[in-house]
Design a binder for this molecule. Structure first.
Ligand code: ADP
Length: 243
């Protein structure tokens, strides 16, 4: 296996709080890697630095064999690293279909000037079908349920044919049927070669879906390994129990 993403020495301070503290880990190509840890352990801050939404105080990053000196969300998206957010970031006033077309890399001008190519329309239609969103295609994204918005955001990030997808709590607040749907789509894309890094609080889902599992505490990994090994690691139990 080889690392698709490597971070080393990643650090972020907010005033007196060191949210991410000299944090190093890698995501091997072809894995569904989980990033877990108690609330406040630095997962979201790490995600935000890796994806260029937050500037790191220190640290280096390599993605797909290239050093990324200054992570930038748009550039990373184009080079195959995309992410979702805890609160789905979609265009609420656009339709479900338009959200997918925009995500494939078209500018607003292209969309409203109707210069979207046939192949991009076809790609959006395929994604609608794959995600069983076709019946909702012409609804405004704002009119979807919370879970459907998260599903749409997931479908949208796949429009860029990413190599690595970072999912930030994909199942938080969604119903059990939608949890199964999310899991099915992660597995399907993983089978096609997409690598995942997932922040997730549903431990049952992590245990059946992810390998390896990286556990953060106080801004740095305290354990990495197979789900069962991590689950029985005393350091991990202490971190979760606040000991
Ligand atoms: P997690 O995602 O694991 O719950 P976070 O990355 O959100 O953890 O937070 C890590 C620590 O950094 C927490 O102590 C949190 O309060 C702090 N923190 C996160 N973002 C900010 C911010 N924008 N300003 C100040 N403190 C922050």
């Amino acid at each position: 296996m080889s690392a698709l993403l490597e971070v080393a020495g990643l650090t972020k301070r907010f005033g007196g709080v060191t949210a991410v503290d000299n944090c190093s880990f890698s995501v091997e190509k072809g894995t569904i890697t989980a990033l877990i840890g108690p609330n406040g352990s630095g997962k979201t801050t790490a995600f935000n630095m890796i994806t260029g939404y937050l500037k790191a105080d220190a640290g280096t990053m390599r993605f797909n064999g290239h050093d990324v000196a200054k992570p930038n969300p748009a550039k990373l998206y184009r080079s195959g690293l995309s992410r979702t957010f805890q609160q789905a970031r979609i265009f609420p006033e656009l339709s479900v279909r338009e959200n997918l077309v925009v995500a494939s890399g078209f500018s607003w001008g292209d969309l409203f000037g109707m210069r979207v190519s046939k192949s991009d329309r076809a790609a959006a239609n395929e994604m609608l079908e794959e995600f069983r969103l076709d019946a909702l295609a012409d609804l405004r994204a704002a009119d979807l349920s919370y879970g459907q918005r998260k599903l749409l955001e997931f479908a949208a990030v796949l429009m860029s044919s990413p190599k690595l997808v970072l999912l930030d709590e994909p199942t938080a607040g969604v119903n059990p049927v939608m949890i199964d749907t999310m899991e099915r789509h992660v597995r399907a894309r993983h089978a096609e070669g997409v690598t995942f890094l997932i922040v997730e609080h549903d431990m049952q889902l992590v245990m059946r879906l992810c390998d390896p599992v990286i556990v953060l505490d106080n801004g740095a990994p305290i354990a990495t390994g197979k789900p069962a090994d991590v689950q029985s690691n005393p350091l991990v139990l202490d971190a979760y129990l606040g000991a």
